[in-house]
Design a protein. Structure first.
Length: 99
């Protein structure tokens, strides 16, 4: 049995790919407590990553499952970055207070 070419499995038109999956991905972002404008930034990162990694899609899973895995990883990166930024801001505020 021959392996399917991954490019045949992903929509060729990137606009339709976005249209098909963006609402579900956006819902995932919002359910994780992210609000605008950060939610839109994360959306861009998710679909940019998916576009860059489309050659890695093997067809072993549904496209949506593959995209959600990317979404969860990108979301985790942003959450971790927010924690770092907040801790640095807290540290800067403490320095201003003389601690």
């Amino acid at each position: 049995m021959s392996k399917v070419n991954p490019s045949e499995l992903l929509p060729l038109d990137e606009g339709s790919f976005y249209d098909q999956y963006s609402q579900a991905v956006y819902g995932l972002i919002l359910k994780n407590g992210v609000v605008e404008p950060k939610a839109s930034d994360i959306m861009v990162d998710i679909f940019t990553t998916a576009h860059k990694q489309r050659h890695l899609y093997t067809g072993d899973y549904k496209v949506f499952s593959w995209l959600l895995r990317i979404a969860v990883k990108e979301l985790a990166k942003h959450v971790e970055l927010e924690k770092i930024i907040k801790s640095q801001e807290k540290g800067l505020n403490l320095k201003r207070l003389g601690y």
